[in-house]
Design a protein around this ligand. Structure first.
Ligand code: GLU
Length: 418
């Protein structure tokens, strides 16, 4: 299969939703173009004394509704089109949940598993310096994404603060607690996925205790989604990581799987428990299950496998896991998809809380963070679900309609410079 360009997904979805809203092209055309794209090369001194150059990107899609916001990923397949699509999705995601941000994304083309920790630190610092001219607490605020974490954000905030000559915690979110991170941020995306799942199950009259769930990806998003949905009473029958999937019809012991994966270097292919079978990632997506929660990378559900999916409900923890072609096939099959820009918005929502706490020099209790997250996720979910029912459109189209309506209204109020 030729490499799918995820930015094509963005254009197609924007056009479709704007059309359903009855907007003129002049009212939405700008959302199909990123405001600014920066490409950088980062020379890094390797541990053996050699020098390698890594290419990276920061794409700022829209600052219409607030400062640019979005994570930074380290991945060997990261390229310009992927980062562009991810940046656009951030704009729509922030608009759906109504937080005062635009959208951006960063990425470095690198396989971090091939680098030592010291090399990753030097790469992070060099990349931060390269994008420093365009980021900042009131300009563009990065956060963790695939293969980056609180530790990466610690190096980022230190480098940026050193360059600026002042401590600037608001330049990034998803920081460790000691550096001004927020309670509840680490699990926020997974918590949001759990809330979206819980709410859609209520609408569909599907009791959570009766559901079998498959989670693709056991990184930050997948592991907290699996843990929290399991705590709601659903049975997690399969999960996967890069090495393989594991399956137990009777339900996996999720706390045990998470504990096993918390040891650095442990992969699911070596996980052993009675009743647990190993399966491939492709088999995992096609399992007989009620709910499928993709929490890995883009384009996992595509025209090659969509028709064979057995889940009745898909909740997108990852960004862009379903291609436009697959979306049409799933819609035809009556599968409900809770789209990424709604389902995984919990992370950026708590990023917003972290940034607000940084700007105000205060700290909220975990209960406050979680209850504010719950109310934002629930009201965004209700708004999208209402449009889904009213206009008889998919939840994805409904979420884009919600976002594009807000963006177009903002543009109308601001006007176009000059
Ligand atoms: N990387 C996360 C996302 O895709 C979080 C972004 C943020 O907190 O800025 O939503």
């Amino acid at each position: 299969m030729s490499k799918h360009n995820p930015y094509d997904n963005v254009i197609a979805t924007v056009r479709d939703a704007a059309g359903k809203l009855g907007l003129k092209e002049s009212e939405y055309i700008e959302f199909m173009y990123p405001e600014r794209e920066l490409k950088v090369s980062c020379p890094v001194r390797m541990d053996d004394g050699s020098v390698k150059v890594f290419e990276g990107y920061r794409v700022q899609h829209s600052s219409l509704r607030g400062p640019f916001k979005g994570g930074i990923r380290f991945h060997p397949d990261t390229d310009e089109n992927e980062v562009k699509a991810l940046a656009a999705w951030m704009t729509f995601k922030c608009a759906v949940v109504g937080i005062p941000y635009g959208g951006a994304k960063g990425g470095v083309t690198v396989d971090p598993s091939q680098l030592s920790e010291a090399e990753i630190e030097r790469l992070t610092r060099r990349f931060t310096a390269a994008i420093a001219p365009i980021i900042g607490p009131d300009a563009d605020i990065p956060a963790p994404d695939v293969n980056t974490s609180g530790k990466t954000m610690g190096w980022l905030v230190d480098t940026y603060s050193a360059i600026k000559g002042k401590w600037s915690p608001g330049v990034t979110t998803g920081k460790p607690l000691e550096l001004g991170g927020s309670l509840g941020r680490t699990e926020a995306t997974g918590r949001g996925v759990m809330i979206a799942t819980r709410e859609v199950l209520k609408k569909l009259n599907m009791p959570v205790e009766k559901q079998r769930v498959v989670v693709q990806g056991m990184g930050n998003v997948g592991s907290f989604s699996a843990k929290l949905i399991n705590e709601l009473g659903a049975k997690i029958i399969a999960v996967s990581d890069v090495s393989c999937g594991i399956y137990n019809e009777a339900g996996l012991d999720i706390p045990d799987v998470i504990k096993y994966l918390s040891t650095k270097g442990n992969l699911l292919k070596n996980y052993q428990q009675s009743g647990v079978k190993q399966i491939s990632n492709e088999e995992l997506l096609l399992l007989d299950t009620d709910i499928l929660i993709p929490c890995a990378l883009e384009n996992q559900i595509n025209e090659g496998n969509a028709a064979k999916i057995k889940a009745k409900l898909i909740v997108e923890g990852a960004n862009g896991p379903t291609t436009v072609e697959a979306d049409k096939i799933l819609e035809g099959m009556g599968v409900i998809v809770v789209p990424d820009i709604l389902a995984n918005a919990g992370g950026v929502t708590v990023s917003y809380f972290e940034w607000v706490q940084n700007l105000m020099f205060l700290k909220w209790e975990l209960e406050e963070v979680n209850s504010k997250l719950n109310s934002i996720m629930c009201s965004a979910f209700e708004a999208v679900y209402e449009i889904h029912e009213q206009h008889k459109v998919s939840m994805r189209t409904a979420a884009y309609m919600t976002a594009i309506k807000k963006l177009a209204e903002t543009r109308k109020l601001r006007g176009i410079f000059p």
